[in-house]
Design a protein around this ligand. Sequence first.
Ligand SMILES: O=P(O)(O)OC[C@H]1O[C@H](OP(=O)(O)OP(=O)(O)O)[C@H](O)[C@@H]1O
Ligand SMILES: Nc1ncnc2[nH]cnc12
Length: 170
Amino acid sequence: MNLKDKIRVVEDFPKEGISFKDITTLLQDGKAYKRAVDLCIEAVKDKEFDIIIGPEARGFLIGAPMSYATGKGFVPVRKPGKLPYETVKYEYELEYGTDALEIHRDSIKPGQKVLIVDDLLATGGTILSTIKLIEQLGGQVVSVLFLIELEFLNGRDTLKDYDVKSVIKY
Ligand SMILES: O=P(O)(O)OC[C@H]1O[C@H](OP(=O)(O)OP(=O)(O)O)[C@H](O)[C@@H]1O
Ligand SMILES: Nc1ncnc2[nH]cnc12
């Protein structure tokens, strides 16, 4: 099965010049979704981690099933105003705008080994800010895993101090 064939590419969304990689077509195909999650788990099989962290919203779609399959906990990183308890916040730039992310202050214990998971690496801004949040709380990022990497945007340069893995590359 070629997973790339399951991803729908929508040109000029959400604005002109962006070639949007739409994973909803992959997710709605049960076998393809399972294969994608299995490949993500395979990609980090040599890594030791205590917890999985994924940013809203598409990071949940990959991180939560990986959490279920590996038996590790899942910590959501969310857009501002969504988490009910005390949070720390970080602002960042996207391929198509700016945004901010928050995490619960008590979600990571100092020294915990963290695997970060997201659906897609573009500029790396989302994950760099996720890393800042984790490190502020004393977590240790052992690896960062993406289902999709847009290599031409050089997000790996932004994340050069970290172990970065991806399953599908454009
Ligand atoms: O590498 P970057 O340039 O930071 O871009 C990648 C991020 O952009 C998308 O999320 P988006 O903010 O569109 O939110 P969503 O998951 O809620 O759709 C995607 O799911 C990644 O998290
Ligand atoms: N080109 C793209 N396709 C899908 N999600 C994205 N997030 C940032 N850039 C994206």
